[in-house]
Ligand binder design. Sequence first.
Ligand code: GLU
Length: 504
Amino acid sequence: MKDTTKPETAVRVRFAPSPTGFLHVGNVRTALFNWLFARHNRGTFLLRIEDTDAERSELRFERQLLEDLRWLGLDWNEGIETGGDCGPYRQSERYTVYQEFAGRLLDEGRAFPCFCTEEELDAVRRAQLERNETPRYSGKCRNLSRQEAAARRESGEPSTLRLRVRPGTVGFTDLVFGRVDIETAQISDPILLRSDGSPTYNFCCVVDDLLMKISHVIRGEGHLSNAHRQILIYEALGAALPQFAHLSTILGPDGQKLSKRHGATSVREFRVQGYLPEALGNYLALLGWSPSEDGKELMSLDEIAAEFNLTRIQKSPATFDCRKLDWMNRNYINRAGDGVLADLSRDFFVQAGLIPPDADSRILDWLRRVIALIKTRVDHLDQLPAEAAVVYGPDPDAPPLDEEAAQILGTPEGKAVAAEFVRLVDAGPGMTPESYREMVSKVKEATRQKGRTLFHSIRAALTGRGSGPDLETLISLYEEGSRLPLPRKVLSCRQRLHAVLDRI
Ligand code: GLU
């Protein structure tokens, strides 16, 4: 029975990226899991920009981040650009809020000014390391009297503000990793404000999660050790804790942490290679989470959201498998409508110099049919222009015939078929699928060849290849393409036959 004594708390989650680089697989998976969790619970998904590292944060990364999230379909109900009651949502615009909270902690004696210089702290750290101790703050300024601390601050002596960490244990039950307790003695009194007055990540994060009423903090495993420090800050502020769920690290196929070495890792890279957002979203959702139905893999984000829960998130690291992503992308490419696919692929053809940037509707319609013919041959859309070589004229750098075609046309039967076919094409007015069929019958009669020898020889002579997509479709694409103003010429059937056969 439903427990009516406990009110259902509204789910409020956030994605809080630092705009210091491109959105990579690990981070976007965090965004996605937050989005899915919010969707599933009809909660709020909030986007906050953590740009306290002024040197490394850049507006162009922030813009790219928003664009990448939108491209994937991860819309946010509250936050940057969308607005909401808890703004501003960019940390650099919230410094007065942090100062206010810092002042409160200082007044209550829960935080204290520390006057140790970088050099002093360094010397202590080195000495501790030499004694094989874990480096931690010595506690030197912890017990300065209020008066002394205030006097030194007033005299202009630089100081940081540190949290006064209590003795004992601090811990929490992570929704993925379970119970994680540690002795607070292992934690140095964390710095809340640096000597220039700027707030640190742990401090801003707690103040913001608190003021933005975040119910669940879902983020990367790398932040697990920050959680303890953050909990001590919550305690000092007398605030209730959110729930935490840390997501395991993503590894490359070699078992090492996923990095550039493993290939594309940012959303932007996947996007420019022509991965479909549906495929990337689907793949990332299964990176550490699985639906209850075994073996179910191809799912839309809405379908996943309907099922999504934190209990099925795995604790062990997930492995990023590019081949699996390719497989998934192929599936989505093949399911996509030809018009959608053509829109998504158009730029790749423009960049490859195969269609003009201002292509008219006739060219676009022709391109749509080219793509429909070759789409099953690619893993991602940037491979389409290369596959379109089957339609564009024989590449002067490529051998005129592939091995199989050369072999067929090397036989006396193949030669006879090709010669008769060329003769008919040269004599005729042009080719349509109908006239092609008629010519095939005539070639069959004249050469007495049939089946494989007949059809393979014609294909080889027309395309220079032993196999390929549907020949009748190709023929009409050759003929129509040859009449279009394309930057790279498409040869008509007749021109192709001569180009291929003249080169053997
Ligand atoms: N800005 C932090 C990051 O990008 C967010 C950490 C958190 O979610 O608390 O890693």
